[in-house]
Design a binder for this molecule. Structure first.
Ligand SMILES: Nc1nc2c(ncn2[C@@H]2O[C@H](COP(=O)(O)OP(=O)(O)OP(=O)(O)O)[C@@H](O)[C@H]2O)c(=O)[nH]1
Length: 315
């Protein structure tokens, strides 16, 4: 029996960070495979998880809840056949609808070998209002369909704000457990126990998703590929940290469009490698081990791709 955990959440909410936390204790010796699905063709999260030593499978030829319907369940079954894992952790793209990922999970032909286990959504408390306003449909879908919701960046919010967000989340999903503790205070075994907040069988989940007469989930009408735009590039060009810092600061300027996420792995002129993360209002640059090539992506709405390209070409 292979357990399947889904870790969903909007762009940049902290899915990969959460999965790393979960793997810190290597899930008590279980054989784990992580399935990464990114919006776009250039995968970045897979490399960042590589250091965990866990098998990573990237499915980046489309979104697993729309363009890959059908292919997704076959891909997961192939992963299970190939690796024979105890657990598969799936990180759907940040613009994926959780209801549709769950719906795809009902297409497994070997239901008796697969158990849908944790259905988690990561909700960034700092971007809560912004996401609710700008990407309502995706954001609410991810909240509505989770069994456990982990709030991220709680250390950056006041107690009052967290309380308000918890109440608001209950408006959308009154059944989910909501974890408000900052992650660095959580033991990864504790995270696992919270994630494993027992869920119904796969078939019950399907009923919950699809046959509820009040269900307003618009199954398979997910238009993430049209709603969000992505600019991406592979490059061997070396950058300075200063170049990247300059570019990340500039991305907040609306001339570039509404930039919701940017991330990348790049070589530096000093011969080192860096990884960067941008979400609205903040960015981070870290040193990492060398990778096979530099690559970066910018995701948003109404992106001025030409301008974004020139920004990152500007050594
Ligand atoms: N301080 C703080 N930073 C966080 C937290 N969660 C995520 N981050 C930071 O937010 C950035 C994005 O985190 P990721 O884990 O890559 O987010 P993601 O949801 O996997 O992103 P996508 O897959 O691109 O949608 C990184 O710089 C993280 O270090 C948190 O709880 N606290």
């Amino acid at each position: 029996m292979t357990k399947i955990d889904i870790v969903s959440g909007f762009l940049g909410s902290g899915k990969t960070t959460f999965i790393k936390k979960l793997l810190e204790e290597n899930i008590a010796g279980e054989k784990v495979v992580i399935v990464e699905n990114e919006f776009g063709k250039v995968g970045i999260d897979g490399s960042l998880l590589q250091e965990t030593g866990i098998d990573i499978v990237e499915i980046n030829s489309g979104c697993i809840c729309c363009t890959l319907v059908g292919e997704f369940s076959r891909a997961i079954e192939l992963v299970i056949k190939t690796y024979q894992p105890d657990r598969v952790i799936i990180e759907p793209s940040g613009v994926g609808k959780l209801s549709e990922v769950l719906s795809s999970c009902t297409e497994f032909t070997s239901q008796d070998q697969i158990k849908l286990n944790g259905i988690v959504t990561i909700v960034d408390v700092v971007k809560y209002e912004m996401n609710l306003e700008y990407v309502t449909e995706y954001f609410e879908d991810q909240i509505r369909n989770a069994n456990t919701i982990f709030l991220s960046r709680t250390q950056k919010a006041t107690v009052e704000k967290i309380r308000y967000i918890v109440e608001d989340i209950k408006r959308i999903n009154k059944n989910a457990n909501i974890v408000t503790t900052p992650w660095d205070q959580l033991e990864s075994k504790g995270v696992l126990a919270l994630l494993e907040n027992k869920v119904g069988s796969l078939m019950e989940e399907q009923e919950k998703v699809c046959t509820d007469p009040h269900c307003n989930h618009d199954h398979h009408s997910h238009k993430g590929n049209e709603f969000f735009e992505r600019w991406e590039m592979e490059t061997s060009q070396p950058y300075t940290k200063g170049d990247i810092e300059h570019s990340l600061k500039a991305l907040s300027d609306r001339d570039y469009g509404i930039v919701l996420r940017a991330k990348g792995i790049l070589a530096t002129v000093e011969g080192d490698w860096i990884q960067f993360d941008f979400v609205p209002g903040e960015y981070e640059i870290r040193d990492i081990s060398p990778d096979y090539t530099g690559r970066l992506c910018v995701i948003g709405k109404d992106l001025n791709k030409g301008k974004v390209e020139r920004l990152f070409a500007c050594k």
